[in-house]
Design a protein around this ligand. Sequence first.
Ligand SMILES: CSCCC(=O)C(=O)COP(=O)(O)O
Ligand SMILES: [Mg+2]
Length: 234
Amino acid sequence: MAPIRVVLLDIEGTVCPISFVKDVLFPYALEALPGTLKAKWDSPEFAPYRAAFPAEHAGSQESLAAHVRDLMSKDLKISYLKSLQGYLWETGYRNGELKAPLFLDVAPQLARWREHGGVKVMIYSSGSVPAQKLLFGHTNGEPSDILPWLSDFFDTVNAGPKQEKASYEKIAAKHQEYPIGEWLFLSDNVKEVEAAKQAGMQSYIVDRPGNAELPEEARKQHRVIKSFEEIGDL
Ligand SMILES: CSCCC(=O)C(=O)COP(=O)(O)O
Ligand SMILES: [Mg+2]
């Protein structure tokens, strides 16, 4: 195996619990939605979020809100929804109501990889890049803001769908100084891990408390870790 020089991280179910997204972030967004639509509907600031929605759902506040509720009830990872969610969470992160509960091994291991191994850490999540930056800028650790530790951010807009091999090729192509075999992608999602491996990255499944049970087949075919500490120094 080639040495690992870039660690590419998924977020939900990998660095923070799925319950933070489902039970904290989603309810916050749904609560903030009607007031935000009322206050910002015609504002230039809100225009790109509204314009990104399909026309049949963007005609009125009620129809956009109903569409958002429907998509979120199904946890659909559609780019225009993820982008709006980031916008809705911004106030909560900035006023201290939202803090991302990273698993305890995450920040110390990121610090070690960066300081001792010179390994680059990057993010690839279905959450929008602005939402990723809010999350890592407002964690419940010390320091709370670990954004300076992260070298780049990818989402379904700038990289593509997470279950497609081409998205991982595109990410690696942006940083050609690191051959694709020297990347390690960590995710809770088996199909994402398989796509990354097809592209030539190394990739492990991360099995965290609260994640869906892994099929036995996935355990046979992929390395499964419970904590970043299992990877150790790189
Ligand atoms: C960073 S935004 C919060 C998480 C989120 O909305 C999401 O869809 C995370 O999906 P992931 O690809 O990180 O599992
Ligand atoms: Mg995930």
